[in-house]
Design a protein around this ligand. Structure first.
Ligand code: FES
Length: 261
């Protein structure tokens, strides 16, 4: 199935938002318009031109421009593969597979007070999610130190920020911002590192708030090939008959009570 989704994307533009954090806009061939199919919380897998790196790099979708048929990825350079992508200029082409994964269930948030929580490179997928939900959305972003996309989030909803070093917003993590800023919600969508998602799951269980969490940090190949992303689930999946899910193909978004983190 993944084979069918493969295409050659063209770099529309690329810029560095903060040290090591890049924003990449991609355009797609007319006959395979990835942007028209994509939804927030899904991801693309990007292939390196270097034959020694066969597995693709999964990168979450930050923004979808359906009108212009373009998708924005915001990613951190974390190795040779992402370093190669960061050096690509306008007009360069790269092989991608996507859109992949299930995405956030936007319909679960309609008419409700939604809080979006993003940590680190889990921040970018919250931008299109916020845009699809509307400006009443509470957005809580956690950064290590340098901020990125914060101005765009401020325009997309009610933004609250936490930084580990206290250089902006609340000192600490997103849960510290929830407590200090007295944030309340009916439903939570979150993406970030496992400790953050674990804390959000515990908070949701304590308060009786449904939480949808994206576990994309745990992915490796992104296309179901390496089994490096398996997580334990509370129910058996029909296709596997076991209490396991592949984050890249069954997720990356799960209802928090369904998965062990
Ligand atoms: Fe490789 Fe899911 S990331 S199988």
């Amino acid at each position: 199935m993944a084979e069918k989704k493969k295409c050659l994307a063209t770099v529309k533009s690329q810029s560095e938002l903060a040290p090591g954090i890049y924003s990449l806009w991609l355009a797609f061939p007319e006959e395979y318009n990835v942007a028209s199919m994509a939804k927030p919380g899904q991801f693309l897998s990007l292939y390196s031109d270097d034959g020694s790196r066969l597995l693709p790099r999964p990168i979450s979708i930050c923004e979808i421009d359906k009108k212009d048929g373009a998708i924005r990825l915001v990613y951190r350079v974390a190795g040779k593969g992402t370093a190669e992508f960061s050096s690509m200029h306008t007009g360069a082409q790269l092989r991608i597979v996507g859109p992949l994964g299930n995405g956030f269930p936007i319909e679960e948030g309609k008419g409700k007070r939604v809080m979006l929580m993003g940590g680190g490179v889990g921040v970018p997928p919250m931008l299109q999610t916020a845009k699809d939900l509307g400006t009443d959305t509470i957005i809580c972003c956690g950064y290590r130190d340098e901020l990125f996309l914060n101005e765009e989030f401020a325009a997309a909803g009610d933004l609250h920020i936490a930084t580990e070093d206290g250089s902006a917003g609340v000192k600490g993590n997103v849960m510290d911002a929830v407590r200090e800023d007295h944030l309340e919600a009916d439903v939570i969508f979150a993406c970030g590192p496992a400790p953050m998602l674990r804390a959000i799951k515990a908070y949701g269980l304590e308060k009786g708030i449904p939480c949808w969490i994206s576990m994309e940090e745990r992915m490796a190949c992104g296309v179901g090939a390496c089994l490096g992303c398996v997580c334990k689930t509370t129910h058996k999946y029909a296709h596997s008959h076991v209490n396991n899910a592949r984050i890249c193909t069954d997720g990356p978004v799960f209802e928090a009570r369904e998965v062990e983190i």
